[in-house]
Design a protein around this ligand. Structure first.
Ligand SMILES: [Zn+2]
Length: 220
């Protein structure tokens, strides 16, 4: 079984579903992480090109902590306003190549602009990757059975799935600490921990939880 986690920026995935990915990896799932932008707007002080290099490095270190099998970046400039046809073709091709059973993407309640654009790009591509369309893209049609939305800067209002990540909270925070450039401006680690604890208490699944919007859940 394989999972593809997609985020607009280098630290989004760890914030939204780092614990769940750690848990899946411990169960033998093959996990690929795809970062869409280079994160160049992610600092108030750093020069943007230096920041790109720094964030690529931080992303690599964090993926290593989580035990991610494959880390891919599309390297689009941060601050997206839309996505192009070429980017859509690239996404369809990636889905048809990796052929994941599960995709994690930004939840609908997360209204941060880049997150919404990346979400549309991915949801559009998931739909067409499953059909006969876009034959110019390599690979045969592939249906992604499970699509889950995760929360980053706006908590999900109504979630349909809660995952107990109590045993993986430490790993998630360790991975997030690798994004040093990001926790310098705002140290959000306590926020992430607090939200995880709140999700755990309210869902009742464990001390810490991550919650998801379920968009697609086809049984085998
Ligand atoms: Zn982001």
């Amino acid at each position: 079984m394989s999972t593809l986690a997609i985020g607009a920026h280098p630290d989004d995935i760890e914030i939204g579903c780092g614990g769940t990915l750690g848990k899946l990896i411990s169960q033998g799932e093959k996990v690929t992480v795809l970062i869409i932008t280079d994160g160049r707007a992610g600092s108030l002080e750093q020069d943007s090109l230096e920041l790109v290099k720094l964030r690529q490095n931080e992303g690599k270190k964090s993926a290593k902590v989580l035990g991610v099998h494959n880390l891919i970046s599309f390297d689009l400039a941060d601050g997206l306003v839309s996505f192009s046809r070429d980017e859509k073709l690239k996404m369809i091709e990636l889905i048809r190549t990796i052929r994941p059973d599960t995709i994690f993407i930004h939840a609908n309640d997360d209204k941060f602009n880049d997150h919404q654009i990346v979400r549309s790009l991915v949801l559009d591509s998931i739909q067409v990757a499953a059909g006969p369309w876009y034959s110019e893209v390599g690979g045969s049609a592939h249906l992604v059975r499970k699509v889950y939305g995760y929360e980053v800067w706006n908590p999900i209002n109504r979630f349909q799935l809660a995952v107990d990540v109590s045993d993986f909270m430490k790993l998630k925070l360790e991975a997030l600490k690798k994004h040093k450039s990001q926790i310098t401006d705002i140290n959000y680690l306590d926020g992430v921990k607090g939200l995880g604890m709140y999700r755990g208490a309210m869902s009742g699944v464990g001390k810490y939880a991550e919650v998801f919007e379920v968009m697609q859940h086809h049984e085998l």
